[in-house]
Design a protein around this ligand. Sequence first.
Ligand code: ATP
Ligand code: MG
Length: 354
Amino acid sequence: MQPFIQFEAVSKSFGAHTVIDSLDLTIQQGEFLSLLGPSGSGKTTILMMLAGFERPTRGTITLEGTRIDQLPPHRREMGVVFQNYALFPHMTVAENVAFPLEMKKLPRAEIATKVERALDMVRLGQLKNRRPSQLSGGQQQRVALTRALVFEPRVILMDEPLGALDKQLREHMQLEIRELHKRLGLTIVFVTHDQSEALTMSDRIAVFNGGRIEQIDSPFVIYDTPRTRFVAQFIGETNLIEADVVNVQGGRATIALSDDLVAQVDAAPELAKGQKAWFSLRPERMRLGADPAGDNALTMTIADCIYHGDHMRVQLAQGQFTFTARCERLAGDWKVGAPVVVSFDPRDCTVLAP
Ligand SMILES: Nc1ncnc2c1ncn2[C@@H]1O[C@H](COP(=O)(O)OP(=O)(O)OP(=O)(O)O)[C@@H](O)[C@H]1O
Ligand SMILES: [Mg+2]
Protein backbone atom coordinates (compact mmCIF):
# COMPACT_ATOMS: atom_id res chain seq x y z
CA MET A 1 0.00 0.00 0.00
CA GLN A 2 1.32 3.42 -0.93
CA PRO A 3 1.71 5.55 2.17
CA PHE A 4 -0.65 8.51 2.31
CA ILE A 5 1.75 10.94 3.96
CA GLN A 6 5.42 10.24 4.21
CA PHE A 7 8.24 12.10 5.92
CA GLU A 8 11.61 10.93 4.67
CA ALA A 9 14.78 11.94 6.51
CA VAL A 10 13.19 15.24 7.50
CA SER A 11 15.31 17.53 9.65
CA LYS A 12 14.48 20.98 10.90
CA SER A 13 16.93 23.41 12.43
CA PHE A 14 16.43 26.91 13.75
CA GLY A 15 19.91 28.43 13.44
CA ALA A 16 22.32 25.96 14.99
CA HIS A 17 19.55 24.27 16.99
CA THR A 18 18.33 21.01 15.45
CA VAL A 19 14.75 20.48 16.49
CA ILE A 20 13.82 17.50 14.29
CA ASP A 21 16.55 15.06 13.50
CA SER A 22 16.17 12.92 10.37
CA LEU A 23 12.55 11.92 10.89
CA ASP A 24 11.01 9.04 8.96
CA LEU A 25 7.27 8.81 9.46
CA THR A 26 4.46 7.22 7.47
CA ILE A 27 0.81 8.08 7.97
CA GLN A 28 -1.95 5.96 6.42
CA GLN A 29 -5.12 7.32 4.91
CA GLY A 30 -7.95 7.42 7.46
CA GLU A 31 -5.56 7.00 10.34
CA PHE A 32 -5.81 8.84 13.65
CA LEU A 33 -2.19 9.43 14.60
CA SER A 34 -1.23 11.20 17.82
CA LEU A 35 2.10 12.88 18.38
CA LEU A 36 2.86 12.68 22.05
CA GLY A 37 5.89 13.97 23.87
CA PRO A 38 7.20 16.44 26.42
CA SER A 39 7.30 20.17 25.86
CA GLY A 40 9.89 21.14 23.26
CA SER A 41 10.12 17.67 21.70
CA GLY A 42 9.15 19.03 18.26
CA LYS A 43 5.45 18.12 17.92
CA THR A 44 4.24 21.53 16.77
CA THR A 45 7.21 21.85 14.41
CA ILE A 46 6.15 18.65 12.66
CA LEU A 47 2.57 19.89 12.24
CA MET A 48 3.86 23.22 10.96
CA MET A 49 5.96 21.47 8.32
CA LEU A 50 2.97 19.33 7.33
CA ALA A 51 0.65 22.34 7.13
CA GLY A 52 3.22 24.38 5.22
CA PHE A 53 3.96 27.10 7.78
CA GLU A 54 7.54 25.83 8.15
CA ARG A 55 9.85 24.20 5.62
CA PRO A 56 12.12 21.27 6.39
CA THR A 57 15.82 22.09 6.45
CA ARG A 58 16.46 18.68 4.86
CA GLY A 59 14.38 15.74 3.63
CA THR A 60 11.04 15.42 1.85
CA ILE A 61 7.35 15.23 2.70
CA THR A 62 5.01 13.55 0.23
CA LEU A 63 1.23 13.20 -0.02
CA GLU A 64 0.22 10.16 -2.09
CA GLY A 65 3.65 10.11 -3.62
CA THR A 66 3.73 13.80 -4.60
CA ARG A 67 6.13 16.15 -2.87
CA ILE A 68 4.37 18.84 -0.87
CA ASP A 69 7.14 20.25 1.30
CA GLN A 70 7.67 23.26 -0.93
CA LEU A 71 3.98 24.05 -1.46
CA PRO A 72 2.37 27.02 0.29
CA PRO A 73 -0.22 26.15 3.00
CA HIS A 74 -3.32 26.89 0.88
CA ARG A 75 -2.24 24.40 -1.78
CA ARG A 76 -1.98 21.51 0.67
CA GLU A 77 -5.69 21.10 1.44
CA MET A 78 -5.14 20.56 5.14
CA GLY A 79 -7.50 21.77 7.85
CA VAL A 80 -5.81 23.05 10.99
CA VAL A 81 -7.15 23.46 14.51
CA PHE A 82 -4.84 24.97 17.05
CA GLN A 83 -5.37 25.47 20.75
CA ASN A 84 -5.60 29.22 20.43
CA TYR A 85 -6.56 29.40 16.82
CA ALA A 86 -9.04 32.18 17.50
CA LEU A 87 -12.33 32.56 15.72
CA PHE A 88 -13.01 35.95 14.17
CA PRO A 89 -14.81 37.78 17.00
CA HIS A 90 -16.80 40.15 14.78
CA MET A 91 -18.25 37.32 12.66
CA THR A 92 -21.11 34.98 13.52
CA VAL A 93 -20.59 31.24 13.80
CA ALA A 94 -21.90 30.75 10.26
CA GLU A 95 -19.63 33.50 8.89
CA ASN A 96 -16.63 32.00 10.62
CA VAL A 97 -17.34 28.61 9.09
CA ALA A 98 -17.98 30.15 5.66
CA PHE A 99 -14.65 31.98 5.68
CA PRO A 100 -12.41 29.27 4.16
CA LEU A 101 -15.00 28.68 1.43
CA GLU A 102 -15.10 32.38 0.61
CA MET A 103 -11.33 32.35 0.37
CA LYS A 104 -11.72 29.62 -2.23
CA LYS A 105 -14.25 31.80 -4.04
CA LEU A 106 -17.02 29.18 -4.14
CA PRO A 107 -20.45 30.30 -5.36
CA ARG A 108 -22.62 31.85 -2.66
CA ALA A 109 -25.35 29.19 -2.76
CA GLU A 110 -22.85 26.40 -2.48
CA ILE A 111 -21.22 28.09 0.51
CA ALA A 112 -24.58 28.40 2.26
CA THR A 113 -25.36 24.70 1.72
CA LYS A 114 -21.95 23.53 2.90
CA VAL A 115 -21.99 25.71 5.99
CA GLU A 116 -25.47 24.53 6.91
CA ARG A 117 -24.51 20.91 6.51
CA ALA A 118 -21.25 21.28 8.43
CA LEU A 119 -22.94 23.04 11.35
CA ASP A 120 -25.66 20.39 11.57
CA MET A 121 -23.03 17.70 11.57
CA VAL A 122 -21.50 19.04 14.79
CA ARG A 123 -24.91 20.02 16.15
CA LEU A 124 -24.25 23.75 16.03
CA GLY A 125 -27.09 24.63 13.65
CA GLN A 126 -29.06 26.35 16.42
CA LEU A 127 -26.16 28.65 17.25
CA LYS A 128 -25.21 29.80 13.78
CA ASN A 129 -26.12 33.44 14.30
CA ARG A 130 -24.23 33.87 17.55
CA ARG A 131 -20.83 35.49 17.87
CA PRO A 132 -17.91 33.59 19.47
CA SER A 133 -18.20 35.63 22.70
CA GLN A 134 -21.71 34.22 23.14
CA LEU A 135 -20.47 30.61 23.07
CA SER A 136 -18.91 28.34 25.69
CA GLY A 137 -15.29 27.24 25.25
CA GLY A 138 -16.37 23.84 23.98
CA GLN A 139 -18.78 25.34 21.48
CA GLN A 140 -16.05 27.69 20.21
CA GLN A 141 -13.73 24.75 19.80
CA ARG A 142 -16.42 22.93 17.85
CA VAL A 143 -16.78 25.95 15.55
CA ALA A 144 -13.01 25.94 14.99
CA LEU A 145 -13.22 22.25 14.17
CA THR A 146 -16.09 22.84 11.77
CA ARG A 147 -14.17 25.62 10.07
CA ALA A 148 -11.30 23.18 9.52
CA LEU A 149 -13.65 20.50 8.18
CA VAL A 150 -15.89 22.57 5.96
CA PHE A 151 -13.69 22.65 2.90
CA GLU A 152 -13.32 18.87 3.03
CA PRO A 153 -9.58 18.81 3.57
CA ARG A 154 -7.66 15.63 2.98
CA VAL A 155 -6.04 15.83 6.38
CA ILE A 156 -6.92 17.53 9.66
CA LEU A 157 -4.07 18.73 11.84
CA MET A 158 -4.83 19.50 15.45
CA ASP A 159 -2.38 21.00 17.91
CA GLU A 160 -3.62 20.53 21.47
CA PRO A 161 -7.11 21.53 20.41
CA LEU A 162 -8.62 20.66 23.78
CA GLY A 163 -5.91 22.08 26.03
CA ALA A 164 -7.96 25.03 27.23
CA LEU A 165 -11.08 23.08 28.14
CA ASP A 166 -12.04 21.71 31.54
CA LYS A 167 -11.90 17.96 32.11
CA GLN A 168 -15.54 17.15 31.46
CA LEU A 169 -15.77 19.19 28.28
CA ARG A 170 -12.47 17.85 27.12
CA GLU A 171 -13.66 14.26 27.47
CA HIS A 172 -16.87 15.12 25.67
CA MET A 173 -14.94 16.70 22.77
CA GLN A 174 -12.61 13.71 22.63
CA LEU A 175 -15.60 11.47 21.98
CA GLU A 176 -16.97 13.90 19.44
CA ILE A 177 -13.71 14.11 17.47
CA ARG A 178 -13.37 10.33 17.56
CA GLU A 179 -16.87 9.98 16.23
CA LEU A 180 -16.27 12.48 13.40
CA HIS A 181 -13.06 10.72 12.53
CA LYS A 182 -14.86 7.40 12.15
CA ARG A 183 -17.94 8.74 10.43
CA LEU A 184 -16.09 10.85 7.86
CA GLY A 185 -13.06 8.60 7.46
CA LEU A 186 -10.74 11.54 8.16
CA THR A 187 -6.98 11.37 8.40
CA ILE A 188 -6.09 13.16 11.62
CA VAL A 189 -2.72 14.12 13.05
CA PHE A 190 -3.31 15.14 16.61
CA VAL A 191 -0.75 16.72 18.92
CA THR A 192 -1.17 16.35 22.63
CA HIS A 193 0.94 16.06 25.71
CA ASP A 194 -1.90 14.36 27.54
CA GLN A 195 -1.10 10.67 27.41
CA SER A 196 -4.55 9.44 28.38
CA GLU A 197 -6.00 11.52 25.54
CA ALA A 198 -3.55 9.91 23.12
CA LEU A 199 -4.35 6.42 24.43
CA THR A 200 -8.11 6.79 24.12
CA MET A 201 -8.26 8.52 20.73
CA SER A 202 -5.54 7.15 18.48
CA ASP A 203 -5.04 4.33 16.04
CA ARG A 204 -1.33 4.85 16.59
CA ILE A 205 0.77 7.00 18.87
CA ALA A 206 4.21 8.37 18.01
CA VAL A 207 6.10 9.08 21.21
CA PHE A 208 8.62 11.89 20.68
CA ASN A 209 11.64 12.69 22.71
CA GLY A 210 14.06 15.42 21.65
CA GLY A 211 12.90 15.53 18.02
CA ARG A 212 13.06 11.77 17.49
CA ILE A 213 10.43 9.05 17.60
CA GLU A 214 11.11 6.70 20.50
CA GLN A 215 8.28 4.37 19.53
CA ILE A 216 5.33 4.39 17.17
CA ASP A 217 2.67 1.74 17.75
CA SER A 218 -0.96 1.17 18.69
CA PRO A 219 -1.98 2.45 22.13
CA PHE A 220 -2.17 -1.14 23.30
CA VAL A 221 1.41 -1.96 22.32
CA ILE A 222 2.77 1.38 23.55
CA TYR A 223 1.24 0.83 26.97
CA ASP A 224 1.85 -2.89 27.38
CA THR A 225 5.15 -3.26 25.57
CA PRO A 226 7.14 -0.05 25.82
CA ARG A 227 10.40 -0.46 23.99
CA THR A 228 12.42 2.13 25.85
CA ARG A 229 12.70 3.35 29.38
CA PHE A 230 11.50 6.77 28.26
CA VAL A 231 8.27 5.35 26.80
CA ALA A 232 7.66 3.16 29.86
CA GLN A 233 7.90 6.22 32.08
CA PHE A 234 6.17 8.73 29.85
CA ILE A 235 3.05 6.68 29.09
CA GLY A 236 0.99 5.79 32.10
CA GLU A 237 2.46 5.29 35.49
CA THR A 238 5.05 2.69 36.25
CA ASN A 239 7.40 1.40 38.89
CA LEU A 240 10.82 1.49 37.31
CA ILE A 241 14.04 0.31 38.90
CA GLU A 242 17.42 -0.83 37.75
CA ALA A 243 17.89 -4.53 38.37
CA ASP A 244 20.42 -7.32 37.77
CA VAL A 245 19.74 -10.14 35.37
CA VAL A 246 20.65 -13.23 37.37
CA ASN A 247 19.64 -15.87 34.87
CA VAL A 248 17.97 -16.29 31.47
CA GLN A 249 16.44 -19.61 30.46
CA GLY A 250 13.67 -20.69 28.12
CA GLY A 251 12.14 -17.25 27.59
CA ARG A 252 12.16 -16.53 31.30
CA ALA A 253 14.58 -14.35 33.21
CA THR A 254 15.35 -14.12 36.88
CA ILE A 255 15.90 -10.55 37.96
CA ALA A 256 17.29 -9.33 41.28
CA LEU A 257 15.55 -6.13 42.28
CA SER A 258 17.59 -5.93 45.49
CA ASP A 259 19.63 -8.28 47.67
CA ASP A 260 16.55 -10.10 48.86
CA LEU A 261 13.95 -9.47 46.15
CA VAL A 262 14.03 -11.70 43.12
CA ALA A 263 11.41 -11.68 40.34
CA GLN A 264 10.60 -13.95 37.42
CA VAL A 265 9.86 -12.12 34.20
CA ASP A 266 9.28 -12.84 30.52
CA ALA A 267 12.66 -12.22 28.94
CA ALA A 268 13.15 -10.08 25.86
CA PRO A 269 15.48 -11.78 23.35
CA GLU A 270 18.27 -9.28 23.88
CA LEU A 271 18.45 -9.89 27.61
CA ALA A 272 21.59 -11.65 28.86
CA LYS A 273 22.73 -13.06 32.16
CA GLY A 274 24.93 -10.72 34.19
CA GLN A 275 23.48 -7.60 32.59
CA LYS A 276 21.86 -4.60 34.21
CA ALA A 277 18.28 -3.99 33.06
CA TRP A 278 15.35 -1.69 33.71
CA PHE A 279 12.45 -3.44 35.37
CA SER A 280 9.04 -1.82 34.86
CA LEU A 281 5.78 -2.88 36.52
CA ARG A 282 2.48 -1.01 36.21
CA PRO A 283 0.73 -0.22 39.54
CA GLU A 284 -2.53 -1.83 38.39
CA ARG A 285 -0.80 -5.11 37.55
CA MET A 286 0.27 -5.69 41.15
CA ARG A 287 -1.85 -7.67 43.56
CA LEU A 288 -1.58 -7.43 47.31
CA GLY A 289 -1.70 -10.84 48.92
CA ALA A 290 -0.15 -14.08 47.83
CA ASP A 291 -1.23 -15.63 44.55
CA PRO A 292 -0.90 -19.39 45.04
CA ALA A 293 -0.50 -20.01 41.31
CA GLY A 294 1.84 -17.08 40.73
CA ASP A 295 5.57 -17.05 40.11
CA ASN A 296 6.18 -13.82 41.94
CA ALA A 297 5.52 -13.20 45.61
CA LEU A 298 7.65 -10.41 47.07
CA THR A 299 7.36 -9.40 50.69
CA MET A 300 7.30 -5.63 51.12
CA THR A 301 6.16 -3.17 53.79
CA ILE A 302 3.14 -0.91 53.49
CA ALA A 303 4.42 2.65 53.75
CA ASP A 304 1.18 4.48 52.99
CA CYS A 305 -2.37 4.00 51.70
CA ILE A 306 -3.99 6.83 49.79
CA TYR A 307 -7.68 6.91 49.09
CA HIS A 308 -8.69 7.99 45.56
CA GLY A 309 -12.41 7.32 45.56
CA ASP A 310 -12.59 4.59 42.97
CA HIS A 311 -9.30 2.97 43.97
CA MET A 312 -6.48 3.00 46.53
CA ARG A 313 -2.83 3.73 45.99
CA VAL A 314 -0.58 1.72 48.26
CA GLN A 315 3.05 2.72 48.71
CA LEU A 316 5.23 -0.31 49.29
CA ALA A 317 8.74 -0.01 50.64
CA GLN A 318 11.60 -2.43 50.40
CA GLY A 319 15.09 -1.35 51.36
CA GLN A 320 15.90 1.79 49.40
CA PHE A 321 13.08 1.70 46.85
CA THR A 322 9.33 2.10 46.89
CA PHE A 323 6.68 0.76 44.55
CA THR A 324 3.17 2.04 44.12
CA ALA A 325 0.33 -0.42 43.69
CA ARG A 326 -3.15 0.47 42.55
CA CYS A 327 -5.88 -1.62 44.17
CA GLU A 328 -9.59 -1.92 44.62
CA ARG A 329 -10.37 0.06 47.71
CA LEU A 330 -12.10 -2.72 49.64
CA ALA A 331 -9.76 -5.51 48.69
CA GLY A 332 -8.08 -5.84 52.08
CA ASP A 333 -7.51 -4.57 55.56
CA TRP A 334 -4.07 -3.05 55.27
CA LYS A 335 -2.14 -1.30 57.99
CA VAL A 336 0.73 1.06 57.49
CA GLY A 337 3.94 -0.59 58.66
CA ALA A 338 2.67 -4.13 58.15
CA PRO A 339 4.35 -6.56 55.78
CA VAL A 340 2.42 -7.64 52.73
CA VAL A 341 3.01 -10.09 49.93
CA VAL A 342 2.98 -8.48 46.49
CA SER A 343 2.34 -10.74 43.53
CA PHE A 344 2.31 -10.19 39.78
CA ASP A 345 2.36 -12.17 36.58
CA PRO A 346 5.75 -12.51 34.81
CA ARG A 347 4.02 -11.42 31.59
CA ASP A 348 2.88 -8.18 33.18
CA CYS A 349 6.26 -6.58 33.64
CA THR A 350 8.67 -5.23 31.10
CA VAL A 351 12.40 -5.63 31.30
CA LEU A 352 14.48 -3.40 29.09
CA ALA A 353 18.14 -3.76 28.37
CA PRO A 354 19.89 -0.47 29.19
N1 ATP B 1 10.52 29.65 15.13
C1 ATP B 1 11.37 29.10 15.98
N2 ATP B 1 12.61 29.62 16.16
C2 ATP B 1 13.49 29.03 17.00
N3 ATP B 1 13.24 27.93 17.71
C3 ATP B 1 12.04 27.37 17.59
C4 ATP B 1 11.03 27.91 16.72
N4 ATP B 1 9.94 27.13 16.81
C5 ATP B 1 10.24 26.14 17.68
N5 ATP B 1 11.49 26.28 18.16
C6 ATP B 1 12.17 25.38 19.12
O1 ATP B 1 12.00 24.06 18.65
C7 ATP B 1 11.82 23.15 19.72
C8 ATP B 1 10.56 22.34 19.48
O2 ATP B 1 9.46 23.20 19.54
P1 ATP B 1 7.98 22.71 19.31
O3 ATP B 1 7.11 23.91 19.39
O4 ATP B 1 7.91 21.90 18.08
O5 ATP B 1 7.76 21.77 20.57
P2 ATP B 1 6.45 21.03 21.08
O6 ATP B 1 6.78 19.60 21.16
O7 ATP B 1 5.29 21.45 20.27
O8 ATP B 1 6.31 21.59 22.57
P3 ATP B 1 5.01 22.00 23.43
O9 ATP B 1 4.47 20.72 24.00
O10 ATP B 1 5.56 22.88 24.50
O11 ATP B 1 4.05 22.72 22.54
C9 ATP B 1 11.80 23.99 21.00
O12 ATP B 1 13.06 23.90 21.59
C10 ATP B 1 11.52 25.38 20.48
O13 ATP B 1 12.10 26.33 21.32
MG1 MG C 1 3.56 22.55 20.66
